[in-house]
Design a protein around this ligand. Structure first.
Ligand code: NAD
Ligand code: ZN
Ligand code: ZN
Length: 339
């Protein structure tokens, strides 16, 4: 099979021909139709995080495709089913987190396109017990981004504990954020969008944002507090630490800052304000299999729709260059095989 492979952090990806290994009992072979390109893939290839990705690596954790072969004990899918191969590639199933529906926190978890090979390839092996399930009639390229970006912002929004009618801000209107605006509207929230690009903010407006603010032109905290009294929740998907401080300052009392973005670094948490204003700061990592089902439901019903630009596997180095400069609009999806 053809795959995009990286051999060293910061290095370019090479298009290589690789064998497909035999399947274990619960594994399936998925013929990849499309795979979205997440900013996490870029972090993985750069070795940005304290926990490093394996090398060499086939990145990609937004692959959607067809079940092409199955291990002996696979029960939950059949050949030809449409499945997604997510970041939460597998977990132990037995620990305190797995037992309480928090398999995203399992210490034994494997991560697609990070600790195991992912979807920038013609075929990817998946654990049948952890794949995302889609109906057969879906638009593959529009569904691919739901497998990471969609479920991540959906879960991140739930973690703000904002209620219908209340204000939530989405900071960073990229692959995650443009879906975040749509999920937030579909969940009944009033939505503010924060970015540093006017084009991205215009897109947010078209996707339903009630207020937009360019963080290079206004202080988002001052601006949003003046307009609304402050946000009940802020979901930060941005890739710069300053956006986290700005998000914090946009909260009203009792507000929650939900962290999705993963730039290397940290930000200051003022103790006095956090205590006196009863602020909650909460990390949020992708979503469980149940969150995935719900996130897919919104997309299948047409309540959220990923804005996608198709690209080829061979374009990946150029795409990462553009992503580094913040020049990608919404989501790029690699179209790998015809369905
Ligand atoms: P992206 O490159 O598509 O989007 C990032 C956006 O942030 C861009 O629109 C950019 O203009 C904007 N931005 C940059 N600086 C900003 C600032 N100061 N204020 C506001 N906006 C700013 O990236 P993506 O694929 O959406 O991923 C975003 C981040 O989320 C990455 O760090 C990625 O690793 C992380 N991520 C986390 C999870 C999770 O489970 N927590 C899942 C997927 C991705
Ligand atoms: Zn991702
Ligand atoms: Zn576990």
């Amino acid at each position: 099979m053809k795959a995009a492979v990286i051999h060293e952090y910061g290095g370019p990806l090479a298009i290589e021909e690789l064998p497909v290994r035999p399947l274990d009992q619960y594994e399936i072979l998925v013929k990849v139709i499309s795979c979205g390109v997440c900013h996490t893939d870029l972090h993985a290839c750069n070795g940005d995080w304290p926990v490093k990705s394996k090398m060499p690596l086939i990145p990609g954790h937004e692959a959607i495709g067809l079940v092409a072969a199955m291990g002996d004990d696979v029960k939950s899918v059949k050949e030809g089913d449409v499945v997604g191969v997510p970041w939460l590639y597998s977990a132990c199933g037995c620990c305190e987190f797995c037992l309480t529906g928090w398999e995203t926190l399992c210490y034994e978890q494997q991560n697609g396109g990070y600790s195991v090979n992912g979807g920038f390839a013609e075929y990817v092996i998946a654990d049948s017990r952890y794949v995302a399930h889609f109906p057969s009639h879906v638009n593959f390229s529009e569904m691919a981004p739901i497998i990471c970006a969609g479920v991540t912002v959906y879960k991140g929004l739930k973690e703000t504990e904002v209620s219908a009618g209340e204000w939530v801000a989405i900071s960073g209107i990229g692959g995650l954020g443009h879906l975040g605006v749509q999920y937030a509207k579909a969940m009944g929230f009033q939505v503010a969008a924060i970015d540093i690009s006017n084009e991205k903010l215009e897109m947010a407006r078209k996707l339903g944002a009630d207020i937009i603010v360019n963080a290079l032109e206004h202080d988002p905290g001052d601006f949003l507090k003046k307009q609304t009294g402050g946000m009940h929740g802020v979901l930060v998907t941005a890739v710069t630490p300053v956006a986290f401080s700005q998000g914090l300052s946009a909260l009203r009392r009792k507000g929650t800052l939900s962290l999705n973005g993963l730039p290397p670094g940290s930000f200051d948490l003022p103790i006095f304000d956090t205590v006196l204003n009863r602020i909650t700061v909460r990390g949020s990592i992708v979503g469980t299999r149940k969150d995935m089902q719900e996130a897919i439901e919104f997309a299948v019903e047409g309540k959220v729709r990923a804005q996608v630009t198709p690209a080829k596997l061979e374009d990946i180095n150029e795409l990462f260059g553009k992503m580094t400069k913040g020049e990608i609009e919404a989501r790029i999806v690699l179209e790998i095989s015809g369905s």
